[in-house]
Design a protein around this ligand. Sequence first.
Ligand code: OSB
Ligand code: MG
Length: 376
Amino acid sequence: MLKLVSVELREIRLPLIHYFETSFGRTTERRIILVRLESDDGVGLGECTAGEDPFYSSETTDTAWHVMSDFLIPLLLDRALESAAQVSDVFGPIRGNRMAKAALETAAWELEARRAGIPLWRHIGGERAEIACGVSIGIQESTEKLLEKVRKEVGDGYQRVKIKIKPGWEIEPLAAIRGEFPDLKLMADANSAFTLEDIPLFRRLDRFRLMMIEQPLAHDDIVDHAILQREIETPVCLDESIHHAEDARKAFEMGSCRIINVKLGRVGGYADAIRMNRYCLSAGLPIWCGGMLESGVGRAHNIAMSTLAGFVLPGDVSASARYYLEDTVRPPVRVTSRGTIPVPTGPGLGYEIDPERIARATVRTQLFSPEREKHA
Ligand code: OSB
Ligand code: MG
């Protein structure tokens, strides 16, 4: 049983060491909601991956706070749950808002694992003791700056490099990287910045032998992606278009993609990530773990998800030090010189949070309890 005695929401602000730029904009500071669930016999932590602005998805830090506090948390406190696996069904009546749901759902799974004294990755059915890591490099001011970054990441051992592209920032940066690193596992993420009119451009990209091109077309499309995939050799990978395992099935059956980037927040948590894993394994569709500039709590959840058998390609799961001077967990997430993260062996997430660091970054907290809900 999972009987919650309290839910705490906390917003923290974490400045990024370097701004992160995509085709939809630049992020310099993260506004992250951390979730702490408490039952009479344990605690569980989650992180909301919604961004500051509704550019990647329609959710933001503020919409997630609203939906959690006014709708999702009352649903959770209202009943005794049998298990974390049930949480996503309890949230069923609420449409969309998957990042808000995932923040709470993933915390429930962590609570269960920690209470049982087992690592979270084992609890969700994960199968590998070490995960493969890649990096996502934002749009840079110049090709030379980009090359410096790529050299650093390759030198640090990362197994593949993804660069963000947008119209006018595609051929030249990719040609420069390929020129210097002919065998590098390289890919590009457009975050929906192109249309079918760009087919000639995508054909030119084929010569760079990219592992994949991520979300080249509209965020809500799987039809044009199928048309594009028929016209190019580079495998299309979908990110924004896939919200759950059923979307994955439809996209795969339509030929809209050959690879999927799975993000815990975007799919609403572990229940669907596990379904996605099962479906993609049976379909022979490779998947990998995407990133949302998470702090250590969300990063540790990404590490756990990456241990599921279907996650066969290096993920956007990299070291804390690439993002934050001081992370929310200690020790911070570190990557080996082989570009891997050994999966932690302790109970739950397996990383300790740094309460002092979190306290210093906190701008608001709110505590919810069953009694308070009744009297509200
Ligand atoms: O499209 O994968 C994306 C970051 C924010 C929003 C969307 C995306 C990204 C990344 C960064 O690519 C991945 C990471 O390093 O966390
Ligand atoms: Mg992406």
